[in-house]
Ligand binder design. Sequence first.
Ligand code: SF4
Length: 461
Amino acid sequence: MTEAQRTYFLRTFGCQMNEHDSERMAGMLEAEGYVAATGPEDASVVLFNTCCIRENADQRLYGNLGHMKALKDKRPELRIVVGGCLAQKDKQAIQERAPYVDVVLGTHNLASLPRLLRASETEPAFEILEQTEVFPSALPARRFSPWHAWVSISIGCNNACTFCIVPAVRGPEISRRSGEIADEVVRLAADGVVEITLLGQNVNSYGRDLDGTPMFSKLLRVLDEIEGVERIRFTSPHPKDFRADTVAAMAECRSVCEHIHLPLQSGSDTCLKRMKRAYTRRKYLDKVTMIRKAIPDVAITTDIIVGFPGETEEEFQDTLSLVEEARYDAAYTFQYSPRPMTAAADLPDKISKEVVQERFERLISLQEEISLERNVRMVGGTQEVIVEGVSKKNPGRLSGRTRTNKVVHFDSDGAPEGSFRTVRITGGHPHHLKGEVVGTSREPAPRRTLKLPLISSPASR
Ligand code: SF4
């Protein structure tokens, strides 16, 4: 196969961290001369960047690999690569279940992709490391959006939530130097990026491993000073580490969006204890109150697990009552499934599928009522929206997103992706808003922060 024919097709499963890593995988391949293919059929390399947080992620990967077998039989020169969390956890299983896979690499050695791909020309190259070689953000990236970028501020996690496999597959928390992060954001802004999402498993503990104290709020203030970046988002904070200094930075920094994703998981103190979440229902609700007081019209979203081992009806009722009180704009609800390498997998008193399903439906129905109420309240007001593209259901309409992270559909005025529109909200639904364009440009809000020096000089770890 000639250089000119080298093409890749990349499929990403899972969370935003995987989206970020996939942009790096694509960037490294493009630096080697590969170009993107439209599908696996016309690619010389097919990559799967996997996730193992949820059970069906395994099934989806093996389903996809099953389809690749026929393609590999037809074109033995095709290279199949599996990376990400599932590869980190399951190298052996992938070898056994899909022996035609050419390259397996884990979460700690993303940078090895070009080398392993070259090595696989003679024999399969499987390599999993226990420690990170190169911070993934330092690798070349091919961004999938011209106006939005993922910016990783830390990798790994030092917590021990009993349902979560992340610490086992992503390792302990390592923060990236703030100067390095700021440099990346300056480059992104110069490249036309108007919105960034800061990524970390627990963004609020950012910096603890660098200077012994969390520095997330300082980082927000530093990044807010960078010209050109109009919106800063972050995911995810851990409620136990979410403090007043972060809320103050959010309230004061003009580019930090009025949206917080604050994962709850359960509203019951006893269940939270079994989950090892290190906060109580009361402490969580106090943080919600603090946020709402400081940031009027903030949108708060969450994650909730239904059917954690031993969850009683009473404990579930505590979750429902907390949802009533917190008034989330949206909740990502999950039915518990045991993950290998997690403490909860060994807990007794698993909840039957029927009970989990019935609780799940009650929770969704309550949350939909609240989401509807929150969205209907916005009708008649105006929102600044970034256009994300043509609506999937109606090519005559555009879809955009408010600063509060709500999706708005409106009649197209031909606005290109990444442009700003002022939209009057005309309808509220549980999962989206409807609106009409009333303005085509915006004046940036005045800066409200003091000039601050960078926290530390650029340095690589
Ligand atoms: S904070 Fe808990 S849920 Fe989040 S990544 Fe760490 S262990 Fe997993």
